[in-house]
Write a protein that binds this ligand. Structure first.
Ligand code: GDP
Length: 349
């Protein structure tokens, strides 16, 4: 499961976002620097297609896609992130960067710049400095180790290139690295290499950001306060309120979609009477490997799979309704799973 860290400057609404996403109270307060501990919880995205498919099959249980979210605390003094938090940040698969775009006279701005791009620069700088520290140490070690060699090792060249990028204010994620470089980076867990989704937290009245974000990538404009209020309602009340506010898609669902895009992930489904479930895989995964997510025996003994898109599955009224239909395809080992595929894996034990 993907682990996503919610980060941002103090009082920008991180805990409010966390609460809205996980329905857990995470010390929301208008006093500055209120967050002191690392909170974590699952965010579960109710996918209406899976609900519908499960209904057709009378599933006893539904397991929706989940992400694990972390509300990462801040240090009242500089630097913004404490050593503890940095260690946690390194374990994350990606970040949701919260940027404050709401006014509110009751919430102190402190040292937080009112421009979202300036907030972003501050956070970027923290991440760059942290990565530089790691890379400079690595560089020292590699220089020592390679003294006797006539040619600079490839690793040192990668480190030099990365340091140059960071020193000129760039993030490593914006460069195309080859597989050798990426595998070298893996152990270093560099923060500017991790994918980011930007959450602009706007005014409740008129969810519309004032300033355009200078960064490329997935941007979500939301009101964390509204989302938090909506997360406390039951689902029919929530749907009515969403229509009223014109925010049909929940923050959790748009965040999950954006994170999946940034991390190159997709979902496929298994649907049956016992359980209907979403499985997460990287794009371009072949079906034997994807079925290994469900059970390792399925990967080892993979024979073939029956595959149908979830919209066709619902329209065709499930497995029974689709019996003998050409909509159900028989796919072999080379098939690359698509987002929304419903599968039955045939395998030998
Ligand atoms: P954190 O320090 O980044 O975790 O910020 P919090 O989530 O604790 O929020 C700080 C304060 O800002 C709280 O009083 C929240 O109620 C308030 N706040 C958060 N999001 C919004 C918003 O979208 N609109 C308004 N008006 N207030 C918000």
């Amino acid at each position: 499961m993907s682990q996503i860290g919610i980060i941002g400057l103090p009082n920008v609404g991180k805990s409010t976002v966390f609460t809205a996403l996980t329905k857990q109270d995470s010390q929301i307060g208008s006093f500055p620097f209120s967050t002191t501990e690392i909170h974590t919880a699952f965010g579960e995205v109710v996918d209406s297609r899976l609900t519908e498919a499960a209904k057709i099959e009378n599933s006893q249980k539904i397991v929706y896609p989940k992400i694990q979210l972390y509300d990462l605390p801040l240090n009242p003094n500089k630097p913004v992130f404490t050593a503890n938090v940095f260690a946690k940040l390194r374990e994350m698969d990606g970040f949701a960067v919260v940027l404050r775009d709401f006014e509110s006279s009751s919430v102190d701005w402190g040292d937080v710049p009112q421009s979202i791009n300036e907030q972003l620069e501050k956070i970027k700088l923290e991440l760059i400095v942290a990565d530089l520290e790691i890379l400079n140490n690595k560089e020292d070690r590699l220089i020592k180790e390679s003294k006797a060699l006539s040619e600079k090792p490839k690793e040192l060249l990668i480190v030099n290139k990365s340091i140059d990028i960071l020193e000129s204010g760039g993030e490593l994620k914006n460069y195309n690295w080859d597989t050798q470089e990426l595998s070298f980076f893996r152990d270093l867990a560099l923060l500017t290499l991790k994918p980011k989704v930007y959450l602009i937290n706007t005014e409740e009245e008129g969810i519309n950001n004032k300033e355009k974000i200078s960064e490329e990538g997935e941007v979500i404009v939301t009101s964390a306060k509204i989302e938090q209020e909506l997360s406390e309602l039951d689902s029919s009340e929530e749907n009515d309120m969403r229509k009223q506010y014109s925010v049909e898609e929940s923050l959790l669902s748009s965040l999950l979609n954006s994170i999946y895009k940034e991390l190159n992930l997709i979902s496929f489904f298994t649907v049956g009477d016992k359980e209907s479930r979403a499985w997460t895989i990287p794009i371009n995964t072949k079906i034997p490997e994807a079925s290994g997510k469900i059970h390792s025996d399925m990967e080892k003994g993979f024979i073939k799979a029956e595959v149908v898109g979830i919209d066709d599955f619902i329209e065709g009224n499930g497995w029974e309704g689709l019996k003998n239909s050409i909509k159900i395809r028989l796919e072999g080992k080379e098939y690359i799973v698509r987002d929304g595929d419903v599968v039955i894996i045939r395998f030998s034990k």
